[in-house]
Design a protein around this ligand. Structure first.
Ligand SMILES: Cc1cc2nc3c(=O)[nH]c(=O)nc-3n(C[C@H](O)[C@H](O)[C@H](O)COP(=O)(O)OP(=O)(O)OC[C@H]3O[C@@H](n4cnc5c(N)ncnc54)[C@H](O)[C@@H]3O)c2cc1C
Length: 457
């Protein structure tokens, strides 16, 4: 019943894009979601006051623009409505089964997949497409000492009232850390912001437009960097003037932080900058510069681990911050397995995931006439496993565009792959035969040797 179907795991923006692509390409699938509704993070993972950091144009699916009456930076509620409308208009909403979490997915000997659900049900699918997101496995900080106040991860921060009446310490300079620090500056008793290392804070708006909409993203990254540094110099100045450390990494080596509201609050004294934490003692936090502060609440905006807990080890390894997928989704060692959504574009998800999902649907079809994992074919064609999750959206779209053209030559590539494999096998067989021959020769020579010391003179 399920054996000719793909199973899409997760109905966040990425799972929805995959569902739409599979439907368009006539690939049969089931779609399950652990939560009670679709939208992923935008359904259950963001605080009530969140707005996108990427503009609506750079966040929308490339084939489904956001409504004209949406602001440049939609709210979380607007994002959710947009995703619900997308799923409805693409005819994929009714195919999602909610409250159905996948606990385990393991390959069978013929590369179909046995899937066990959290409710105990088991099914066998032709393939699995994991779209479980990269913002759920909370990375918590570790301190020397014990904190007597409340310690939460930014994922567990829901609304400003969580911060009211609290002396708050926010840790981490990513987008969530920056947002929560600003919220705390507005509503908490006090807000300190601890950064162990410098971050690149980029203005959300430049020249009257969202930064993510400027044409500079079409340039190569080595040109983007000096332009943005010049912009930062003019619009922001040296981060140290705000009491923040200077970034030591290059711009875009990590996810940039968009938004400069925090800088205003730093200048107003509503946010107090702090370095990294040395140790914690009751309600007192000691910092690496020898200063200390008293807090009721620590919000750890310390990011997330990438995790594929449903897979057996060895099929797709996590390398540092990246999942080692090839071509953005495939495993070199496993057929009929995709893990999509572990690449984080510097701007929004939509313009990248739309063509990527289309490409993956095409490759799923090609897998049907190819004996090895598609990941192995992509690797043979020069694609390397992902080593960093942070991707250049324009370069990736360009790559996908070329990839689409290359699909016209896929039969030739499969032929080259098979020829290469055959040659390797022949070489190995020749080496084995030569070794056997050498061994036989040595045995024959040994049998012709006189036994003992030979005839005595
Ligand atoms: C505060 C915040 C602000 C953000 N702002 C932006 C922004 O401005 N622009 C932008 O592009 N991105 C932003 N993001 C990133 C955001 O994560 C992405 O926009 C997007 O949600 C990623 O989509 P996804 O489908 O990969 O993952 P998710 O949205 O996380 O969806 C994954 C889904 O998979 C489900 N799932 C997980 N495991 C299982 C399982 N075992 N079985 C069944 N279902 C499962 C989850 O319940 C979830 O619904 C922000 C994130 C946060 C936290």
């Amino acid at each position: 019943m399920y054996e000719n179907k793909q199973l899409i795991i997760g109905a966040g923006p990425v799972g929805l894009a995959m569902a739409a692509a599979l439907k368009r390409h006539g690939i049969d699938y089931d779609h399950v979601e652990a939560a009670a509704g679709l939208g992923g993070n935008w359904h259950h993972g963001v605080y009530s006051t969140v707005h996108t950091v990427s503009s609506k144009r750079s966040t929308a699916y490339s084939d489904y623009p956001m409504p004209d009456d949406y602001p440049e930076f939609p709210s979380g509620a607007q994002m959710l409505r947009y995703l619900e409308n997308y799923a409805r208009d693409r005819g994929i909403a009714d195919r999602i089964t909610y409250n159905k979490a996948v606990a385990r997915a393991e390959p069978l000997s013929d590369w179909r997949w046995r899937v066990r659900f959290a409710d105990g049900e088991e099914r066998v699918y032709k393939g699995v497409i994991i779209c479980n997101g990269h913002h759920w496995d909370k990375r918590m900080p570790t301190f020397e000492g014990c904190f007597s106040g409340k310690l939460i991860h930014s994922k567990d921060y829901h609304q400003p009232s969580d911060l009211q009446g609290q002396r708050v310490l926010v840790i981490g300079g990513g987008n969530s850390g920056c947002d929560v620090a600003c919220e705390a500056a507005r509503v908490a008793v006090s807000c300190d912001w601890s950064l162990r290392a410098g971050v690149w804070l980029l203005p959300k708006i430049a020249l009257g437009k969202p930064l993510t909409d400027l044409s500079l993203w079409w340039l190569p990254v080595w040109m983007q960097r000096p332009i943005l540094r010049a912009l930062i110099k003019v619009m922001i100045g040296d981060y140290r003037r705000y009491g923040l450390p200077k970034p030591r990494h290059k711009l875009f080596e990590r996810h940039p932080t968009y938004g400069t509201d925090a800088l205003g609050y730093l200048k107003q004294g509503r946010i107090k900058p702090r370095p990294g934490i040395a140790r914690v003692d009751g309600y007192t936090v000691h910092f690496t510069d020898g200063t200390s502060g008293e807090y009721d609440m620590i919000v750890a905006a310390t990011g997330f681990n990438n995790a594929l807990p449903m897979l057996p080890p060895g099929l797709l390894e996590t390398k540092g911050e990246a999942v080692g997928v090839i071509g953005g989704a495939f495993s070199e060692n496993a057929k009929n397995l995709l893990a999509v959504g572990f690449a984080q574009p510097r701007t929004g998800f939509g313009p990248v995931i739309t063509p990527a999902a289309d490409m993956y649907a095409r490759l799923i079809k090609i897998q049907d006439r190819f004996e090895d994992p598609i990941g192995a074919l992509l690797r043979f064609s020069g694609k390397e496993p992902m080593t960093s999750p942070y991707i250049d959206p324009v370069a990736t779209r360009r790559e996908l565009w070329y990839g689409r053209l290359q699909l016209n030559l896929i039969d030739f590539e499969i032929w080259r792959y098979r020829r290469h494999k055959r040659r390797l096998a022949e070489k190995a067989a020749r080496a084995t035969a030569a070794a056997a021959q050498t061994e036989a020769g040595a045995a024959a020579a040994a049998s012709m040797q006189p036994v003992g010391d030979g005839p005595k003179a």
